[in-house]
Design a protein around this ligand. Sequence first.
Ligand code: MIG
Length: 780
Amino acid sequence: MAKTSNLTRGWTTFGSLANVARRDDCVVVDGGAGMALWLDFPTAGVVRVRLALDGKPLAGASGVVRERTDGLRGAVEERRGRITVRAPGIEVGVRPEDGGLVFRDGEGREFLDEVPGGGHAVSLPRVRLIRPRAPGERVYGLGEKAWSTERSGRAWRLWNTDCHHYHRGTDPLYKSVPFLLLNRPAPGLFAEGRRYYGVFFDNPFAARVDLKSREIWTFEAEGGPLEYHVIAGPAPATVLERYTALVGRMPLPPLWALGYHQSRWSYYPERRVRRLAEDFRERRVPCDAIHLDIDHMDGFRVFTWHKRRFPQPARLVRDLAKMGLRVVTIVDPGVKAERGPIASAGLSKGYFLKDRGGKVVQAKVWPGNAYLPDFTNRHARRWWGDLHAGLVKAGVSGIWIDMNEPAVFAEDRRTLPDDVRHAGAPGRRDHAGNHNLYASLMAEATYRGLLRLRPGVRPFVLSRAGFAGIQRHAAVWTGDNHSSWNDLELAIPMLLGLGLSGLAFAGADVGGFHGTPTAELFTRWVQAAALTPLCRAHTSCETPDQEPWSFGPAAEERVKKAIQLRYRLLPYLYTVFEECSRTGAPIMRPLWWEFPDDPRAPSIDNQFMVGDALLVAPVLKRSAQSRTVYFPEGGWHALDGRTLVVGPITRSVDAPMDRLPVYLRAGRIVPAREPGLHVADTAPETLELHVLAGPEGTAEGRLYEDDGEGLDHRRGQYRRTRLAARLAGGTLVVEAATEGLAASTPEVIRVRLYGVRERPVELEAPVVHEPGRWRAEVAC
Ligand code: MIG
């Protein structure tokens, strides 16, 4: 055990126990000398710990955690001098010698203990928590980090930063998520693999999470409360379910947002946008969204259109809609400091940020000097949301929010001074305490605004910066990467890390933002991104085109094939998205999520699972025509290949330029469809099922369907189908149990059956319907 005494010099440590008592819904562990730890139980399996000084917990928490009404209360028990606070799914032991807290799951198995002498410390305004690490403990989470999914060995900073150029190891980046997902080998005879738990530090101030030591980890914030949630597992899915119950989950996005997005800085004028749309349709490359970057505006004034470049935006948007294409426009927070309508309104209402002297702050951003809204003021949020009326009226479907760290063109600091005033909340009235929340609150303002302006339609918001919980209001992308093989490879663990931190709907700029990819790199990038949650090509200004056909006919064919695969698998992808919206489980998962007992899985950052049925192993190396793939336990069959592989095994697989290696897991059914040119371009009466039976000759799958755009799914307007397939005596039987809407059940199913013959067998069978179920049978 590391000595913590020298680490705590200058700090006051909570390290004694005077008394344990109930106080309303809390259990107060009193250390004497005015220090106490307040425990309460917001939801099953979760305890919140707050350090209180002189009878009051320190203020300044993020405000992200949802109010719970579960009404759970910890029961205090004392037996033979040992104090235990017990609540559903979790218990906390209070160490008699120093008031240290030891955490156990619902079965009483300890998963997190305390350093000797106590790990809670303050040196106001700074706060710190130190906890011991178990041997072999792994640490995931922390949102967006340009690193492997496993975060050990470094100290990480949490401070939203527009980093311009980042590479593997650059830190911090745009988003701050003070959540850790940890796991340790289960000790003892009853070892059932690894045990996961989570810790969420509810503190939005600049912070450091130090994982350099193998013996302890440290969370230290420059202000705000020492307030954290400890979340019991033992399964990673349980931890994420509980964590996202606290900070919120991604609401089910509109189906079109799962399509392919085409962006660049910037498409203009209107003629060019129309040409782009026509290219997609003439070349029959599926696409659902075109993004318009800052040059669509008049002098970078938010909520305006450049009159010459876009003289009739509503007509343009309408014409694109007829082609099945949506428009997403960018909105930055900076409002040009001039006598314009928005600036004047914001000034008169007092919605812009002010300095300590009460003067409205001006920051240099795209429009020149600009005012920045105070999104911590809920009236300002509402006002900002309503400002989207014009864009919504023009028919714009989604809003892309950028520069919301907030970024400022100032070499030294790149953001606002710490002492800028915010409405904030008690304990955080200045920028230091609100900086990391700025983007999340802008996303909330945007999301709610869109929902008010277009009631009953799911908003799509895409944000660069964010804090824990931003997934409730926005998808995210990983900012300004490079057109390099390194950045392609890095994108996989970055997106996995975001998913493991609750930010499941995430993507990296396909093809890379800075610079220009070769045809080969662009092709491999689209392939790798084809099954990532967000799939958007984007590039900087003054770079050549980065469209599917920009790299010659051979690359175009390959890229098209990869995008078509995404559209083919859309029913499955949407089903996985729906699961995520309900449980918080990532869409894109590391192998260990599905195979927690597999000793090889944790080291693999260049493959991923999509849901529980597909394994994706993209080519991430230049000139490679093959790659090694690790197959965990069970059978696997390439969607386009011939052989069944039985894991655990590492194999070299062929990956010529037109191939993305994707494997179907044995025992699973993946629903699919004809690709079409956009998400609504499909024949609903046929359903395609990809089936690979497990050793017992059976397979299972799920399908979630709804109208793809409205909110009626919240009132039961959806259909959930449980699929079960059985192979026996040369016959395949597929049985489906449906729940919810009865409309448009399939007339025929097309089955692609893997693993029975040398090549996958294509079958077609009529469907026999009964109430709440259907069935199809076919000889194979
Ligand atoms: O200062 O809007 O990350 O995606 O194209 C650069 C222009 C501002 C940064 C974003 C990028 C976007 C660009 N923006």
